[in-house]
Design a protein around this ligand. Structure first.
Ligand SMILES: *Cc1c(COP(=O)(O)O)cnc(C)c1O
Length: 394
């Protein structure tokens, strides 16, 4: 009779090795075998550490979550399938029908849609307020207000929220403060050190940094709240792909270096754009002409991050010429990539608005947002000289 190693389909696990890999192995297993029901009890009851079924957690997600936890100064955060699933897990995992949540009025497009269209369908009341003014949030509070969701720097207008004022208000009223820290990253802003209860990331962006994964992260300071968010994410199947987690962990290894370089390039590009003929205005939080630069200095610790927005004269034809003229720069609706990307609110994130409504937000046809990457700074600035020139020649 042949022994079981030859006859059974899955007789062995990993090969024996006294040494360990220096890179986290990619673990695609959906299920994890325990030895006995007692051991499984111990795992489910938290007496032993162990995985059971990948939707509930898997090694690559755990390693990545712990790396981001360390950056945010928290424990127990989870990785989800996208930034949006992290936003939804935070809100839907902790709120119930009849509760009210206030969001920043310039939130990421899909977060805005969630507030306006989806949460109300489930009986969760929502309203929006200007996050640069804590008083606007104070006025929006209702007796049933349970949570506030804000981004520190708005997209694509790069306004800086009154985080201290909003945090004070939330603490005073016992409201859960949820901060989407995607744009700022823990390098520029540490929400938990500044009164946040929940931190959310689109890991897709700067943390992973290479535009090849879609992932989210959410952590709550309070363990009971974290458990609610975790259970909701597991129940609704927000599982992150192990391969995406593995790539993101690899990306995260260079996050600090990428952040430094991208930010230095952004400072330079913002100042360069301001010197170009045909550029009507440049928006960068550290510039003296930015409406919130004093607050940016105070709360972002002198970091302006990697996003720069600017406006050129002219309509759609000028915008087309600019995008075409920016040779080698991807005209694409994302941010935080190693390469610089260019996006245009009127034809992407804010296309659903009427031209008048966009105009009111300052997003004309000539308005562009740049996610600055890691190129050589002088070369990058030269591409924008050429692009702006092309726009002015229309
Ligand atoms: C991109 C983004 C999201 C959504 O993240 P996905 O990973 O694309 O789902 C949420 N918030 C902000 C601020 C973002 O930039």
């Amino acid at each position: 009779m042949r022994n079981s190693k030859e006859t059974l389909i899955r007789p062995v696990g990993a090969p024996d090795s006294i040494s360990r890999p220096i890179v986290t192995p990619l673990s695609t297993a959906v299920a994890f075998a325990s030895r006995t029901p007692d051991e499984l009890d111990a795992q489910y009851e938290g007496r032993e550490q162990g995985f059971t079924y990948a939707r509930e957690g898997h090694p690559n997600a755990s390693v990545l979550a712990q790396r981001i936890d360390a950056l945010e100064g928290v424990t127990g955060g989870i990785v989800t399938s996208s930034g949006m699933s992290a936003v939804f897990a935070a809100l839907a995992g902790t709120l119930s029908a009849g509760d009210h949540v206030i969001g920043g009025d310039q939130l990421y497009g899909r977060s805005l849609r969630l507030m306006k269209e989806d949460l109300p369908r489930f009986g969760i009341e929502t309203s929006l307020a200007d996050p640069t003014d804590a008083n606007a949030f104070a006025k929006a509070i209702r007796p049933n207000t349970k949570a506030v969701l804000v981004e520190v720097v708005s997209n694509p207008t790069l306004r800086v929220a009154d985080m201290d004022g909003i945090a004070k208000l939330c603490a005073l009223k016992g409201i859960t403060l949820m901060v989407d820290n995607t744009f700022t990253t823990p390098r520029a802003y540490k929400p938990f050190e500044n009164g946040a209860d929940v931190v959310i990331h689109s890991v897709t962006k700067l943390l992973a940094g290479h535009s090849d994964v879609t992932l989210g992260y959410v952590a709550a300071k309070d363990a009971v709240m974290q458990k609610k968010i975790y259970d909701f994410a597991v129940t609704t199947g927000m599982t992150a792909s192990p391969f995406d987690c593995w790539l993101a962990e690899r990306g995260l290894a260079t996050f600090d270096l990428r952040f430094e370089r991208a930010q230095a390039n952004a400072v330079s590009l913002a100042d360069h754009l301001a010197t170009l003929e045909g550029v009507k205005r440049v928006i960068y939080p550290l510039r003296a002409d930015h409406p919130d630069h004093v607050r940016a200095d105070a709360i972002l610790g002198g970091q302006g991050c990697n996003m720069v927005s600017f406006e050129v004269e002219g309509g759609r034809a000028a915008a087309n010429a600019l995008a075409r003229g920016a040779e080698g720069i991807a005209f694409a609706p994302t941010l935080g990539d190693v390469g610089t990307t260019l996006s245009h609110a009127a034809s992407s994130s804010h296309r659903a608005l009427t031209p008048e409504a966009r105009e009111a937000l300052g997003m004309t046809e000539g308005f562009f947002r740049v996610s600055v990457g890691l190129e050589e700074s002088a070369a990058l600035n030269a591409v924008f000289t050429q692009a702006v020139q092309a726009a002015t020649e229309v």
